[in-house]
Write a protein that binds this ligand. Sequence first.
Ligand code: AMP
Ligand code: ZN
Length: 137
Amino acid sequence: MGLGCRETAAEFRASIPEGEEHHVSENDCLFCKIVAGEIPGDVVHVTERTVAFRDINGQAPTHVLVVPREHYANAAELAAGDPVASAELVTAAAAVAAAEGYDDYRLVYNTGAGVGQTVFHTHLHLLAGRPMTWPPG
Ligand code: AMP
Ligand code: ZN
């Protein structure tokens, strides 16, 4: 079933059992729109369950966001709801790092506005290509 338009998404949402609404594309979610192709993204890698695109405000020579195609607000909700997709984010990020020539890279999930999460469709940050300090700021 396609989720390309709001009406279709709304119909699909209505058919989902209560409590499983997070599987549905969210109308006002930026990353759902990039996954659906409604907003352009610089997509570098796709898998069955994930889409990877360059961060619009890159913080390293490679800064790619890997997102599940389905909407989950954060990494823990994704891991609980779709562990296969959760694992696929990591393997997809590794594939992108390898494709861009990096053995060393950093993966980051921000969970909650208090630590800087601004888009509430979970995304794995892949950062590579420059020295990095620890702890992160
Ligand atoms: P976070 O702060 O962990 O929620 O990360 C959100 C990331 O999304 C930030 O690094 C933003 O630069 C990035 N971002 C915001 N809008 C876009 C967009 N349209 N395309 C690609 N990346 C985006
Ligand atoms: Zn979303």
